[in-house]
Ligand binder design. Structure first.
Ligand code: ADP
Length: 507
C-alpha cells in the first residue's frame, strides 16, 4: 500500500548503525528520533538525532530490548515508523507485530516472514520446497541421541549441531566422531536455551573450509524482487564476520547470476518484503548451499552500497512507505571493489578479549574513496554493556588490489587511543599473501593466526627495536614517577632522561 513518505522515524538501536540510518533520514527530510539507555546519554547517535528519548537503565535487557519502552517512546514522539537496525529487536517477531499494532510501520519484512525464516528448520523446509540447494542436513529437530547418531551416520562425520533459533554463531558445535555426539548435543542444547530461550537443535553436514557468500536482496510490496550481487564474508572468527568484501574474488559472472537467481527464489518462497540477505556456503568445487536468510539490514551492507551506488537504508524506507523499486536485477553490475573492516574494541592478541574504557585520542581516516561508519568520538566510553563494535572502515577501489591498498592506507591513518582495538590485526590481514591472493575460507583466521599476531610479521631487527623501546618506556615512566615525588626535579622534562638513556645504551 502506497502512503505518504514518513515525517518522523524512530531508530530502535544505538552506535554506528543508528547514526548511519539517521544520516539517510536527514537526506530524505525525515526527522530522526533516537532512543538511549542511561549509559548512552551522551552517545553519538543521541547527539546526531533530531530528538532523543531515554528508554531505561544501561543493561540492554532493560532498554534496547524493552519492547514496551521503545513503543512508548515512539508513541510519545509521534514517529510513524521504526527502523530496528541490526541486532537487538531487529528479528524479533513480537516487536514487529507490536509496531504494527501500534499503528506504526516496521521497516523490515512482515512478522510472519521473520517468524518463518527465524526458525532455521522451517526456513530449510521452505527452501527445499522452492528448490534452493541446501547444506546436506535435516529439516526437523533432534529428539534423541539415538536419532542424532543415525542421522550423523547417514551424512558422515564431521557434522554440525545447530540451534533452530540460532544467530550470531551461538549454539553451534562441530562433532568429529560418534563418541562426542551425546556430550556435544547436551552442550549445544543448553547453550541454545541460554542464548535464545529455545533448546531445539538440528544437524547439518559440516563442510570443510567453505567460503561464506551472501546475496543482498530488495523486495517491494508488489512482489518485485531484485538481487544486488554478492558479498564474501569468509574472514570470520567463531563463525562471526570480521572482514567482508564485494564482489567476491572467487565468484564469476555466471556463478553470480545463479546465486542471485537462487536468492530471488528464496525470497519469493518466503513472501519477502524489504531488504534481506540470503546466505550461502560455497565449497571448493563452487557448489553453493543455502544457509539462512537474515531478515534485516546487515552490518556489512555498505560494501554493496559502494559497488552498486544504492543507499540501502533509503530503499528500505521507500519500500516500507509502499513505493515501488525502480531497478531490476539485470541493471546490477558491480562497479569496482569494496572492502569492510570491522573495528572492534578487542585485543586480538588476547583471544579477542573485549576492551572497555574511555577513548583518549580519536582520529578517523579520510581521503579518496574511504568511508567510516562510526558510533563513537573522543572521550566516549566503550562499556561492556553492548557489542564492542566501534566503527566500520570501508574502502573502494576500481579493482580489488586498489581497494586493499586504500584500506591499508586508511588503517594506517586510523588512530584510537585509550582502548585496545583490532586496527593492527586488520593491517596484518591486508598484508597477508593469502588474503591478497583472494585465497579465503571460513578457517582463514584459525589457520593463519600465528602469522597474524602483533609480532608475527616483524623482522628480528624490528623485534629487537621493540624490546629496546619497551625498556625505554619503562625506564622513563619510572623516572617520571620518581621526579613527581621529588620537588626539586618535578618540572624536568623527559628529554634529560632520554639523553641519559642514550649515554648508557647508545642510539
Ligand atoms: P548464525 O545464524 O548463528 O550466524 P549461520 O548458519 O549463519 O549461523 O552460520 C554462521 C557461520 O557458521 C557460517 O558463515 C560458517 O562459517 C559456519 N557454518 C554454518 N553452517 C556450516 C556448515 N554446515 N558447515 C561449515 N560451516 C558452517
Amino acid at each position: 500500500m502506497q502512503r505518504a513518505m514518513f515525517h518522523k522515524l524512530l531508530i530502535a538501536n544505538r552506535g554506528e548503525i543508528a547514526v548511519r540510518i539517521m544520516r539517510t533520514c536527514r537526506e530524505m527530510g525525515i526527522r530522526s528520533v533516537a532512543v538511549y539507555s542511561e549509559a548512552d546519554r551522551n552517545a553519538a547517535h543521541v547527539r546526531y538525532a533530531d530528538e532523543a528519548h531515554c528508554i531505561g537503565p544501561s543493561p540492554a535487557g532493560q532498554s534496547y530490548l524493552s519492547i514496551d519502552a521503545i513503543i512508548e517512546a515512539a508513541t510519545r514522539s509521534g514517529a510513524e515508523a521504526i527502523h530496528p537496525g541490526y541486532g537487538f529487536l531487529a528479528e524479533n517477531v513480537e516487536f514487529a507485530r507490536r509496531v504494527g499494532a501500534g499503528g506504526m510501520v516496521f521497516i523490515g519484512p512482515k512478522p510472519e516472514t521473520i517468524a518463518l525464516l527465524g526458525d532455521k528448520t522451517e526456513a530449510r523446509r521452505c527452501m527445499k520446497k522452492a528448490g534452493v540447494p541446501l547444506v546436506p542436513g535435516i529439516e526437523s529437530c533432534i529428539r534423541s541421541v539415538q536419532q542424532a547418531k543415525k542421522t550423523a551416520e547417514s551424512f558422515g562425520y564431521p557434522i554440525l549441531i545447530k540451534a533452530a533459533a540460532g544467530g550470531g554463531g551461538k549454539g553451534m558445535r562441530v562433532v568429529y566422531s560418534p563418541s562426542e555426539l551425546a556430550g556435544l548435543l547436551k552442550l549445544a542444547r543448553s547453550e541454545a536455551l541460554n542464548a535464545f530461550g529455545d533448546d531445539r537443535v538440528y544437524l547439518e553436514k559440516y563442510l570443510q573450509a567453505p567460503r561464506h557468500i551472501e546475496v543482498q536482496i530488495l523486495a517491494d510490496q508488489k512482489g518485485h524482487i531484485v538481487q544486488l550481487g554478492e558479498r564474501e564474508c569468509s574472514i570470520q572468527r567463531r563463525h562471526q564476520k570480521v572482514i567482508e568484501e564485494s564482489p567476491s574474488p572467487t565468484v564469476d559472472a555466471r556463478l553470480r547470476r545463479r546465486m542471485g537467481e537462487a536468492a530471488v527464489e528464496a525470497a519469493k518462497s518466503a513472501d519477502y518484503t524489504n531488504a534481506g540477505t540470503v546466505e550461502f556456503l560455497l565449497d571448493r568445487d563452487k557448489n553453493f548451499y543455502f544457509l539462512e536468510v537474515n531478515t534485516r539490514l546487515q552490518v556489512e551492507h555498505p560494501i554493496t552500497e559502494m559497488v552498486t551506488g544504492l543507499d540501502l537504508v533509503r530503499e528500505q524506507i521507500r519500500i516500507a512507505a509502499g513505493e515501488s523499486l525502480r531497478i531490476n536485477s539485470s541493471d546490477i553490475v558491480p562497479r569496482g571493489s569494496a572492502i569492510e573492516c570491522r573495528i572492534y574494541a578487542e585485543d586480538p592478541d588476547s583471544d579477542f578479549l573485549p576492551s572497555s574504557g574511555t577513548i583518549r585520542t580519536y582520529r578517523e581516516p579520510n581521503g579518496p574513496f574511504t568511508r567510516v561508519d562510526s558510533g563513537y568520538r573522543v572521550k566516549d566510553t566503550i562499556s561492556l554493556f553492548y557489542d564492542p563494535l566501534i566503527a566500520k572502515l570501508i574502502s573502494w577501489g576500481r579493482d580489488r588490489g586498489q581497494a586493499i591498498e586504500r584500506m591499508r592506507r586508511a588503517l594506517d591513518e586510523y588512530v584510537i587511543m585509550g582502548i585496545t582495538t583490532t586496527i593492527g590485526f586488520h593491517r596484518r590481514v591486508m598484508a597477508h599473501p593469502r588474503f591478497v591472493a583472494g585465497d579465503l575460507s571460513t578457517h582463514f583466521i584459525v589457520e593463519e593466526m600465528a602469522s597474524l599476531s602483533a609480532t608475527a610479521q616483524l623482522s628480528e631487527e624490528a623485534l629487537e627495536e621493540l624490546a629496546v623501546l619497551a625498556c625505554t618506556h619503562r625506564f622513563l615512566t619510572e623516572q617520571k614517577e620518581r621526579c613527581a615525588l621529588n620537588p626539586v626535579t618535578k618540572n624536568n622534562s623527559n628529554w634529560k632522561y632520554i639523553t641519559r638513556y642514550r649515554n648508557v645504551f647508545g642510539n
